[in-house]
Write a new protein. Structure first.
Length: 376
């Protein structure tokens, strides 16, 4: 099979597209013997300036969302993707598009498939949190995006979703036939060979947080909870990875900044942080999926997250970790103390999480599900 993968950003670089998931899919497809060419539909140079100009608004957050989703920017990306598809046309049998922020035009009779981690209706539902993209859009703007996405979804030969929750949204919110939407899930965005076969004993009360968007991921809630944890466990430490410019003076908190996946030294620091964690905590307010939970689970680390989005598909409350309500720092602190004070419980949860991740959430399994649909 010969496939053209089209996405925003360079799929060949783990740091440049879709939080590294596009790179993981690409690598796994090629390991299956599939011939995959890639095309970047992002805007660069003069097109980037034009897209920014056409979507400008004084509110910086609204501007950022409009640059991604408003019709002028979508039209520019569609034109970029169209040129790439036409160039590749004689050599491909299918198109795999990541997301639905542009139309796959110029393909003739070649079928296209979508891999999605969210959709606009999920974002609208999550707008009450204030952190989804739809929260920065007017109702009229939302309707325009809903209409464009519906058109893209209707034309797809198949839709692959990162979660069961998202699959239900396509069926319930967009009226898609159930046999056209497939929950293929995801895996960790690093090579499983980088993970130690057995988890080393972790006795230090270390908490790990990984996420670039600190507020959306509930970093401020974790800091509040951590202050309470320190009163109960004075030696507790919190390591924060992801935010680029985060200044925190709290005792016991280490902020390592953004660790690029394409930098071997930075990647090693990230893997070492997972290995040294006694518990992984991401009290996110809005989360389409949350692959960092899976990465922690692969290291045998118990996870604490919020009961939102697809998080409960990964964290089984009381079995692989704990789920707490969004914005509940008191409940979060209680669960952190429970895990940190009970190494036997932490080890049992970590082992259960590792088994669950390896059985259900792998890129080879996700790609096998995609190929089964595409070949059929």
């Amino acid at each position: 099979m010969r496939i053209l993968m089209v996405c925003e950003g360079d799929a060949e670089n783990p740091e440049e597209s879709f939080s590294g998931s596009t790179y993981s899919i690409l690598r796994t497809l090629r390991s299956n013997g599939v011939e995959v060419a890639t095309a970047d539909a992002e805007l660069y140079g003069p097109l980037r300036w034009l897209g920014a100009l056409l979507t400008f608004t004084p509110n910086r957050r609204r501007w950022s969302v409009r640059y991604r989703l408003a019709p002028p920017a979508a039209a520019l990306r569609t034109a970029v993707a169209r040129r790439a598809i036409i160039r590749a046309h004689p050599r491909i049998e299918a198109i795999l598009q990541i997301g639905a922020t542009f139309r796959p035009q110029g393909r003739g009779a070649i079928p296209y498939y979508l891999y999605c981690d969210s959709n606009i209706q999920m974002a609208v539902r999550g707008s009450t949190t204030g952190f989804s993209q739809a929260a920065a859009m007017t109702a009229a703007e939302q309707r325009v995006v809903i209409g464009r996405e519906r058109e893209i979804y209707d034309g797809a030969a198949g839709i692959f979703t990162i979660s069961d929750r998202l699959r239900r949204s396509f069926i319930e919110d967009f009226g898609m036939a159930a046999d056209r939407v497939h929950a293929v899930r995801a895996g960790p965005n690093f090579d499983p060979a980088e993970i130690p076969g057995e988890r080393a004993s972790v006795t230090a009360p270390n908490i790990l947080f990984v996420g670039t968007q600190f507020q959306r991921k509930g970093g401020d809630v974790l800091l509040e909870a951590f202050r309470s944890v320190r009163r109960s466990i004075p030696g507790a430490r919190l390591t924060i990875i992801g935010p680029r410019d985060l200044a925190i003076a709290d005792e016991g908190v280490d902020s390592l900044g953004h660790l690029r996946q394409d930098d071997p030294a930075a990647r090693r620091r990230l893997l070492d942080a997972y290995a040294a964690a006694a518990v992984y905590c991401l009290p996110t307010r809005y989360e389409p999926f949350g692959i960092s939970y899976l990465e922690a689970m692969y290291f045998g680390v118990p996870c604490i997250g919020t009961d939102t989005g697809a998080v409960p598909e990964m964290i089984i409350d009381g079995e692989t970790g704990y789920l707490v309500p969004v914005d509940d720092a008191e409940a979060l602190a209680d669960r952190l103390v429970t895990v940190l004070r009970d190494p036997v419980l932490a080890s049992r949860m970590g082992d259960a999480g590792r088994r669950r991740a390896r059985e259900i959430f792998t890129w080879p399994a996700a790609v096998d599900r995609m190929l089964a649909v595409m070949r059929r």
